[in-house]
Design a protein around this ligand. Structure first.
Ligand code: UGY
Ligand code: MN
Length: 244
């Protein structure tokens, strides 16, 4: 049915809210038997790329020249390197260093979050190696002591990593304790539940499936609404000096 040009999607000066009704699928080099929804890229000024890859059974993604983080939303994957092969189930994720020979193949129809960023080396610090893990085995911590707002850091917080990816789970009614304004940018995918996101000077209703990009210094705040927990996966650049 026609929505007469209405959508919750919004393209603001310092943020994007992209709702599934406005997603457009595209092919990408190295992506076989699959399509990508490119949520954010340097085309809007972001320092990274985030997309959702949708793979048919046996669909695959070739290795990337940039470092890559993948998080499996649904289906099942096989990561095949030069001498390793590891499976991923939903909630499983992997960090793949820049240039590592690692093909991602779908064992069945699969949807995955893909984040890619050129690696910023730090002198005297070795680039991280391959990491394969699952979110369920990561301990959560209460944000600023709020037990109703649990954070799971999916990557080790060590200087070798130049970005972080976390999940944040809000019990109904829980909220960030402050409006944040910070130098880091964010890529955010709502995984469960919903609530109200403040971005810049606008307050948006958001729900599972929505994507948000926040530019550096975008004022941001979230409060969870409804009867179930709200959960999102959030990227930020991390551990690097702003002067590069
Ligand atoms: O890590 C963060 O900056 C996070 N608290 N931001 C957010 O949830 N919008
Ligand atoms: Mn933030």
């Amino acid at each position: 049915m026609h929505n007469l040009g209405q959508t919750r999607s919004s393209n603001g000066r310092d943020h994007l809210l992209l709702t599934p009704d406005t997603f457009v699928r595209t092919s990408l080099p190295g992506l076989e038997r699959g399509e990508a929804i490119v949520h954010v890229s340097p085309a809007v000024g972001a320092g990274f790329t985030q997309y959702t890859a949708e793979l048919e059974p046996s669909g695959s993604m070739a290795a990337s020249s940039a470092q890559r983080f993948v998080y499996l939303l649904s289906g099942g994957l096989e990561l095949c390197g030069a001498d390793t092969s590891q499976g991923l189930e939903p909630g499983g994720y992997a960090y793949i260093p820049a240039g590592m020979e690692c093909r991602i193949t779908a064992r069945k129809e699969s949807r995955l979050v893909v984040i890619e960023k050129p690696y910023e080396p730090l002198s005297g610090v070795e680039q991280p190696g391959l990491l394969v893990h699952d979110e369920g085995s990561v301990a959560s911590t209460a944000l600023h002591g709020n037990e109703d707002l649990q954070v799971r850091s999916l990557l080790p917080d060590v200087p070798a990593f130049d970005f972080a990816v976390n999940t944040m789970t809000y019990e109904p009614g829980a909220a960030l304790s402050q409006v944040e304004i910070h130098v880091m940018e964010h890529g955010l995918l709502m995984l469960e539940g919903g609530g109200i996101y403040r971005l810049g000077d606008c307050w948006y209703p958001v729900t599972a499936g929505d994507f948000i990009w926040m530019a550096p210094y975008c004022p941001q705040w979230f409060g969870a609404l409804g009867k179930r927990a709200a959960k999102y996966l959030i990227y930020k650049d991390w551990n690097r000096h702003p002067l590069g």
